[in-house]
Design a protein around this ligand. Sequence first.
Ligand SMILES: N=C(N)NCCCC(=O)O
Ligand SMILES: [Zn+2]
Ligand SMILES: [Zn+2]
Length: 325
Amino acid sequence: MTTNPAPRPEGAPVGPVDGQVSPRYAGFSTFARLPRIDDVSGWDVAVVGVPFDAGVTFRSGARFGPSSIREASRLLRPYNPALESMPFADAQVVDAGDIDANPFDIEAALEQMQAGFSRLMSDGRPVMTLGGDHTIALPALRAVVAEHGPVGLVHFDAHLDTWDTYFSAPYTHGTPFRRAAEEGLLRKDRSAHVGIRGSLYSKQDLIDDTDLGFTIVHCRDFDRIGAPGIVDRILDRIGDAPLYVSIDIDVLDPGFAPGTGTPEAGGMTSRELLEVLRGLRDTPIVSADIVEVSPPYDHADITAVAAANLAYELISIMSAQQAAR
Ligand SMILES: N=C(N)NCCCC(=O)O
Ligand SMILES: [Zn+2]
Ligand SMILES: [Zn+2]
């Protein structure tokens, strides 16, 4: 059997399976080879998958995102040198499996997702969600807000995702943040889109977005202001609000994330986004998601590797914050 975690002091968190004992490619595919939620007596940070892609407007396949990110995460190691932390030793991190979501009835799926998130988020514990398409951010935010009240939002994406409807459907991957704003889930003037680029339907899209309470850090400004400038713009906007972080993998350039449904040229590098996330280390992150990884369009797991590493940075921050509570 290949389920042995690395040796640890009495009472310390159960960490990943030891890659020196059981090869990294062996055994169950939990995120980073962490224990399953039922294998430990308590936890501080949970990773959960939401294999749902019935909300997409173009290429599908994000329903296979959670399993491909878990596979790519087998290579993650215990020490985070950039943040100087041991995320899986500082706090108990677990893999909570997947939330079942009806692929034929989006509103039923939203209810299932919200219920699943709420079960995990009781006691205010942070959840790192692996999508799924961007529709899943709405039930995640509903559950977060039920626990914490309205939150600040940093939304990394090529797209605004504040459009109104598609074919009259209100719940899609292009509409979650308009619904969230309408439902009062977001703190006033504490939300930012980062990495926006590409064609729009009209100038009105930007006007509507501002009216809904968002500010935009455009991708075209990144070369001029660099990662520190992006972080400054974000921190200025969110202040000390409790923060939900949503990463649509298409914020990365298609060269760094080909496996996604609505790719746009001219995006961020993985290095740039990893560095921007580290800049959020002192902001209280209440939960986060990473969405829109579509393995059928991926090559050599490029996109899944990027997603696994981005999730690792966010987990490192949430783990350190839980340890400091
Ligand atoms: N959330 C993602 N990935 N894409 C939304 C694109 C919606 C549109 O093209 O109208
Ligand atoms: Zn997008
Ligand atoms: Zn999106």
